[in-house]
Design a protein around this ligand. Structure first.
Ligand SMILES: NC(=O)c1ccc[n+]([C@@H]2O[C@H](COP(=O)([O-])OP(=O)(O)OC[C@H]3O[C@@H](n4cnc5c(N)ncnc54)[C@H](OP(=O)(O)O)[C@@H]3O)[C@@H](O)[C@H]2O)c1
Length: 233
């Protein structure tokens, strides 16, 4: 499926081509992995329908989702998300695992779970012997400590966080988010309570973002932002 890179250059690309130049691990700081968030939202800002994100996705979003998973050392999801989405093995398709290896990555990305309470859901992801995983609890789950450990002990240079809003906020508050990928799905969903990209109180001053690219397909936008550090909006 073709995506148009409406910013910066108008190129027409597959999702794989669009992400071929994306190698977040290459620029990772020495003390932690590079961290990117990926979320899908309706145009009115909902990130879940009936408690899950599946209804927000369009086929092009699935391609972007897999392109991202195909280029990172590790994938992190909050315990709320694991519970809601019933995560299984992260890269199920053998062809996608082979493509990861061709890029110099492990066939399977490391699955990472952080839980300060230790209340980790019993999901297929953590029961599958083919899926490498690390579960950090208590003080080890604090973002700085967890990321330092992933880098030093597990060689993780790039970490993709797939939400949800509560974990996103914890990582943002810890100052460890480098990039944000947002799929704006062509839907208006309404509903209460709101389910935004980020949980928690207002960020004051707001964190500023800089657009790296904008892809378009199927009336959805795929936005890639860099988090601008130390600057108010
Ligand atoms: N649209 C999308 O792209 C998308 C993506 C993901 C999820 N979702 C939706 O979001 C909902 C789940 O999100 P959620 O916000 O309830 O849960 P969540 O963010 O997935 O998980 C929250 C949990 O993560 C743990 N955690 C570990 N370290 C943390 C830290 N530093 N800061 C904050 N939390 C930390 C906490 O458990 P402990 O207290 O044990 O530490 C916390 O309760 C579901 O409805 C799901 O479908 C949507």
């Amino acid at each position: 499926m073709a995506l148009t890179r409406v910013f910066p250059d108008g190129a027409v690309l597959t999702a794989q081509e669009a992400f071929d130049g994306w190698d977040p691990g290459a620029g990772a700081p020495a003390e932690r992995p590079a961290v990117a968030l990926n979320m899908v939202a309706s145009v009115d800002g909902r990130t879940a329908l009936d408690g899950a994100s599946a209804g927000l996705s369009v086929p092009a979003d699935r391609e972007v989702f897999h392109a991202l998973r195909g280029r990172v050392d590790a994938v992190l999801a909050g315990t709320g998300t694991l519970r809601a989405e019933r995560y299984g093995r992260l890269v199920k398709d053998a062809g996608r695992r082979a493509a990861r290896e061709a890029r110099g990555l492990a066939a399977d990305p490391l699955a990472v779970v952080l839980s300060r309470s230790g209340d980790v859901p019993d999901v297929p992801l953590l029961a599958d012997p083919a899926q490498p995983s690390v579960v950090l609890t208590g003080e080890d789950a604090a973002p700085d400590a967890a990321l330092a450990r992933l880098r030093a002990q597990h060689g993780v240079r790039s970490l993709l966080c797939e939400g949800g809003p509560t974990l996103n906020r914890g990582l943002l508050d810890a100052g460890v988010v480098d990039e944000l990928f947002v799929t704006l799905s062509p839907l208006l969903a309404g509903g209460e309570p709101p389910s935004p990209l980020l949980a928690g109180a207002r960020i004051d001053p707001p964190t500023r973002l800089e657009l790296t690219w904008a892809l378009e397909a199927q009336s959805a936008f795929f936005l890639r932002y860099r988090v601008v550090r130390g600057s108010a909006a």
